[in-house]
Design a protein. Structure first.
Length: 280
């Protein structure tokens, strides 16, 4: 029913890069994206949009179920491709039909990234009707989270400068949203990912908040997070648009220093975002 009401749905087809630099960047980004299903198998090495310490004792239910589906995926045989898809679809429908907290809905949105990458990795899963339903349901799950975040204006993510967090828990939730949105943005540059609904993350990507420094993200508790806040300041580097503009002036010494600082502190995520900007 939902599929029949949506237009312009993606196919997960790889885009043709516009030049050799974009092609190389796309390949490097894709190599990193493809690791997500495997990373879900280890609680000590989760994808970099899932907080490494906030969920150290137990994953939220959507991510815990995703972990189990990933285990099936990595021991898959051709006979169970249909079963894997039915498990994913059942989870997506559950996200839409069950009352869930904003934290669990964010975890549900994060699982959509992992499930999409399973389809990218395994060609036998990429039946047109499966892919389209996967993407439409992914968009619907995201819409549901945004609807619950209306007190923030209804956007998926905000930067800390305009919407500062008041606690570590609030910050982890906000930063997880920022990182999830950035990963979806990078994925959208590599392959056709339209969900049939308007996505501000993709349409207004210049406004997309940049991820926090690796040092902050890896803080293991509220105290260490608070202590690290004062150690990291990216000055005017707040959004993807800021990074694009600064990179266009990288020959200027002051700008080069700003970029050096951001690149040094942002870790692997920052490297991938730089590659993504090379594709624009």
């Amino acid at each position: 029913m939902l599929l029949s009401t949506r237009n312009n749905i993606g196919t997960l087809t790889r885009y043709q890069p516009r030049n050799a630099v974009a092609d190389r960047s796309a390949r490097l980004i894709l190599q990193n994206l493809r690791t997500f299903p495997q990373k879900m198998l280890r609680s000590d090495d989760l994808p970099f949009f899932v907080h490494p310490w906030r969920h150290r004792n137990a994953l939220p239910e959507p991510l815990a179920v995703c972990e189990r589906i990933c285990q099936m995926f990595w021991s898959r045989t051709p006979e169970i491709h249909g079963f894997i898809w039915r498990c994913i679809r059942a989870e997506q429908l559950r996200f839409l039909e069950t009352h869930m907290s904003t934290g669990d809905l964010l975890a549900a949105c994060q699982t959509q990234i992992v499930y999409v990458m399973m389809f990218v990795i395994e060609e036998d899963l990429r039946r047109r009707e499966w892919v389209q339903e996967l993407l439409v349901l992914s968009g619907a799950v995201c819409e549901r989270l945004i609807a619950l975040c209306q007190e923030d204006g209804g956007h998926f993510s905000y930067d800390e400068h305009t919407h500062p967090s008041t606690s570590w828990d609030d910050w982890v939730f906000a930063e997880s949203r920022r990182r999830t949105a950035c990963v979806w943005f990078m994925m959208s540059l590599v392959f056709s990912l339209q969900t049939g609904v308007r996505c501000a993350t993709l349409e207004d990507f210049r406004l997309l908040p940049l991820p926090a420094a690796k040092l902050q993200w890896e803080a293991s508790d509220a105290l260490s997070w608070q202590q690290r806040l004062a150690l990291v300041d990216f000055d005017n580097l707040i959004t993807v648009g800021d990074l694009i503009d600064l990179r266009s002036k990288a020959d200027e010494p002051v700008v080069a220093q700003q970029l050096d600082s951001w690149n040094a502190k942002s870790g692997q995520f920052g490297t991938l975002l730089n590659l993504a900007i090379d594709m624009l």
